[in-house]
Design a protein around this ligand. Structure first.
Ligand SMILES: Cc1ncc(COP(=O)(O)O)c(C=O)c1O
Length: 281
């Protein structure tokens, strides 16, 4: 179940629409967003659109339309889809032009999918998940939500082949983030997450978790930690739009704490769900 959108037209998800000389297709020359919709309403829509504009700006992709255009387009597309529990994937590329590295003077391509979400197995939250460490082999500008996800895909595939849920990336022993998530650790009741820099994506979920900590007097610090510090943590969890807050119980087969989801992680997830209820109603 779902709906597609390409350059102004609503289409079935399986309709072939991308011309062979489309820059997203040929160069990965574009940016994207993934938004979670609860009860027909997108969560933290403004934050996602803001980040979309930051990403577009960072790759010199000029957008003719303003933020309110994209907000209305997303809201309308969700409505047309008729779906209530779903994700919106929105992608903007530098358009359709004869293949040439130099920027063409053509309109951007806007595509979108709205898809019913298959909820993650509740056992993942109850029991936690296993992950692997993987070297962060990405470029220097990971703060841009760019279409170029090959190192992320390769790391995630490696995790999958080892029966693991996610790959935790590191550079020189320092944890950066997951292949499609931000990473948090809890040590002695204090919540730590990697500080913002060009090396990580500013996750919308990450931001919500930090806000929740502030609101509920949970001590949180944006400070880098090493692989060893992560292994020595009392709790570890990852965050992203589709998974919310997912407890990690083993990394490379090494147990985190007692090997079960921690109290702080569970509390943060409960508060996160409350935050969704507050916004969605
Ligand atoms: C590399 C990376 N980091 C972090 C995140 C989490 O971002 P968000 O919470 O906005 O989904 C994602 C999301 O897909 C990601 O791809």
């Amino acid at each position: 179940m779902g709906l597609g959108f390409f350059n102004g037209k609503y289409i079935p998800l399986d309709e072939p629409v991308i011309p062979i000389e489309e820059r997203g297709h040929q160069f990965g020359d574009g940016v994207y967003e993934m938004i979670r919709v609860y009860k027909g309403k997108p969560f933290k829509l403004n934050e996602h659109v803001e980040r979309l504009f930051n990403s577009a700006n960072a790759i010199n992709l000029p957008l003719e339309n303003d933020k309110s255009y994209f907000i209305d387009l997303i809201l309308h597309t969700i409505k047309v889809s008729g779906l209530l529990e779903c994700t919106v994937y929105l992608q903007i590329t530098r358009g359709i032009a004869t293949r040439n590295h130099i920027f063409p003077d053509v309109p951007v391509s806007i595509s979108m999918t709205v898809k019913e979400i298959t909820p993650l197995d509740p056992a993942l939250y109850e029991n936690g998940v296993n992950v692997i460490f993987h070297e962060d082999e990405r470029w220097a500008n990971c703060y841009i939500k760019s279409l170029n996800l090959l190192p992320n895909v390769l790391a995630r595939q490696k995790a999958n082949e080892k029966g693991c849920f996610e790959a935790i990336l590191y550079r020189d022993e320092w944890v950066t983030e997951g292949s499609s998530s931000n990473v948090f650790i809890v040590k002695n009741g204090i919540v730590y997450t990697t500080p913002l820099s060009k090396r990580i994506l500013e996750g919308v979920t990450r931001g919500v978790v930090i806000q929740i900590c502030k609101k509920h007097d949970i001590h949180s610090i944006e400070k880098s930690f090493t692989k060893n510090q992560l292994l020595d943590a009392d709790e570890v969890f990852i965050t992203n739009t589709t998974g919310e807050i997912i407890p990690i119980v083993k990394v490379d087969n090494v147990k985190i704490g007692p090997g079960i989801p921690g109290k702080v992680t569970k509390r943060l997830h409960r508060l996160f769900i409350q935050e969704i209820m507050n916004e969605i109603g």
